[in-house]
Design a protein around this ligand. Structure first.
Ligand SMILES: Cc1ncc(COP(=O)(O)O)c(C=O)c1O
Length: 406
C-alpha cells in the first residue's frame, strides 16, 4: 500500500508538472524522463532482510528470503537454544537423501563412530569452511595454488593470511578466464606442476556466472595428478539454466582428491544462517576435519532450518524462476543501454559497463542501490557484478542506472 501510494503520488506529480509546462521546471528533464521510464525507484522497494528503500543487489543473496519450511523450523526451535541441540547427523542424512547418496547405516550400536567415519558428507557453518580447510590441508612451504582470474578468491586468501603470518613460501597463480569469461581448463592443466597442491574451480563461476560442461570438468579432474586437491565449488548450482545440467557430486564421491562444496546461502536463501556442506570421500573428510574445531561449530537453528529446507524443491524452483525472469528482463534493459551482458547461469550478471566501475558503483550507492564493483574486487576496471533481485528491485536498479548514465 505504502509503495503504491508513493508511485501514484510520483505519477500525479509528474502529470501535474507536465500540465504546468516546462516554464515551471524545478527539476531537470532528465530526472523526469528517468522517473517516467521505470515504474519503481529505490524508495518504492521494500526487500526481504534490508531496510526499506535499499536495493541490495551486490551480495548474490536470494531476495525471496528463506524457505517457509526453514522459518517454521526456526520458530519451532527458537526457545530451545539453551540446549546444544541434536548434532548434525539428521542433517547429514537429509542431505544424503536429497542427493540420493547411499549412506552407511546407523544401527544405534557402539559402532556410531565407525558410521561417522564413513560418511561422505561434511556439514559446516556455510560452505566457506570447506574452502578454507581445503586450502589449509594443501598448504606447505613452496606449494602453489591455482585459481581463476577473476575468480572467487576465498581459498587463496586463506593462503595469503598464513603466508603473511607464518612466513611460508606459498604461490597463488591466477589463470585468466577464456574470451567467454569461462574457466580455461586447458590453461589450468598446463599450469599444474610438481609444486601444485590445490586447484579451485568455481562452477558456475563467480563473478562471471559461466559454466563449464560436465564432460570437460570430468576429463579435467581425471587428468589432474592425485596429489593435487581439487575444490569444485557449486555455490550457485541451483541457478544453472539447463535443467539437465549434471552437477559434480558423483565426482566428489569417486575421487579421493576432490571436494564438492555446496551452500544453503544462495538458492536456499539462508546466508545469515551459515550452513553449507562438502561432498567428498570419507578419507578427504578426515583430512579436512583436522583443521576444524572438534566440537560441533554449527548453530542449532541453522541445522534445523537446513534440514527443513533441503527438500523444499518448490522454494528452489520459485527462486530459480524468479532469477531467470529477472535476468531476461535485465538483459533487455542492459542491451538498451548499449551493454552486452553475457548469459548467466547464476543469480547474478557480469556486465561490461564501458566506463569506470568504481565511479559507476558509487553513483548508484548514492541512489541507495548497491552492486559489486569489479574494479575494486577483481581489478576489472569496467565490469560490475549485479545480483538479480525481485521485480521491484530490478526495476529500481534500472531506474537508478538510467539516472547515473544520463
Ligand atoms: C563461489 C562462492 N563460494 C562460496 C561462498 C561462500 O558462501 P557461504 O560460506 O555463505 O556458504 C560464496 C559466497 O558468496 C561464493 O560466491
Amino acid at each position: 500500500m505504502h509503495n503504491q501510494q508513493q508511485v501514484a503520488s510520483r505519477r500525479n506529480f509528474i502529470k501535474g508538472f507536465l500540465a504546468g509546462g516546462l516554464g515551471a521546471m524545478t527539476i531537470s528533464p532528465r530526472d523526469i524522463a528517468a522517473a517516467l521510464l521505470s515504474g519503481k525507484t529505490p524508495s518504492d522497494v521494500h526487500g526481504w532482510g534490508v531496510e526499506p528503500g535499499q536495493v541490495k543487489v551486490g551480495g548474490n543473496e536470494n531476495p525471496l528470503g528463506p524457505s517457509p519450511r526453514a522459518v517454521e523450523a526456526v520458530a519451532r526451535h527458537l526457545f530451545s537454544v539453551n540446549r546444544y541441540g541434536g548434532g548434525t547427523s539428521d542433517l547429514i542424512r537429509a542431505i544424503g537423501q536429497y542427493h540420493a547418496i547411499t549412506l552407511p547405516d546407523n544401527d544405534g550400536s557402539d559402532r556410531r563412530s565407525r558410521v561417522q567415519d564413513e560418511m561422505p558428507i561434511m556439514v559446516t557453518a556455510g560452505s566457506s569452511p570447506i574452502l578454507h580447510t581445503m586450502a589449509t590441508e594443501s598448504m606447505k612451504d613452496g606449494a602453489e595454488m591455482i585459481i581463476a582470474r577473476p575468480g572467487y578468491t576465498e581459498p587463496a586468501l586463506s593462503w595469503t593470511r598464513y603466508r603473511d603470518a607464518k612466513g611460508l613460501d606459498l604461490k597463488i597463480r591466477g589463470i585468466r578466464l577464456d574470451k567467454n569469461y569461462t574457466h580455461d581448463l586447458d590453461l589450468i592443466y598446463k599450469a599444474i606442476n610438481n609444486n601444485t597442491s590445490m586447484v579451485a574451480i568455481t562452477n558456475p563461476h563467480n563473478p562471471t556466472s559461466t559454466i563449464v560442461s560436465h564432460g570437460q570438468l570430468k576429463d579435467f579432474v581425471d587428468s589432474v595428478p592425485p596429489h593435487v586437491l581439487i575444490l569444485l565449488d557449486e555455490a550457485y548450482i541451483h541457478f544453472v539454466r539447463d535443467p539437465k545440467y549434471k552437477d559434480a557430486v558423483h565426482i566428489g564421491l569417486e575421487k579421493e582428491n576432490v571436494a564438492v562444496a555446496r551452500t544453503f546461502s544462495k538458492g536456499y536463501g539462508m546466508a545469515g544462517m551459515r550452513v553449507g556442506y562438502g561432498i567428498m570421500s570419507p578419507k578427504l573428510i578426515s583430512r579436512l576435519k583436522v583443521h576444524m574445531p572438534r566440537f560441533n561449530p554449527m548453530g542449532y537453528l541453522g541445522v534445523v532450518a537446513a534440514e527443513a529446507a533441503i527438500g523444499d524443491t518448490h522454494h528452489i524452483e520459485h527462486s530459480r524462476q524468479m532469477v531467470q525472469d529477472g535476468e531476461d528482463f535485465l538483459a533487455k534493459e542492459f542491451e538498451a543501454m548499449g551493454f552486452e551482458p553475457i548469459p548467466s547461469h547464476s543469480n547474478f550478471m557480469w556486465v561490461d559497463i564501458k566506463r569506470d566501475a568504481t565511479v559507476f558503483s558509487q553513483a548508484l550507492r548514492e541512489l541507495d542501490v548497491s552492486i559489486s564493483d569489479g574494479k575494486r574486487r577483481w581489478s576489472m576496471d569496467q565490469h560490475v557484478r549485479i545480483t538479480i533481485g525481485t521485480r521491484d528491485e530490478n526495476e529500481a536498479l534500472i531506474w537508478a542506472m538510467q539516472r547515473v548514465l544520463s
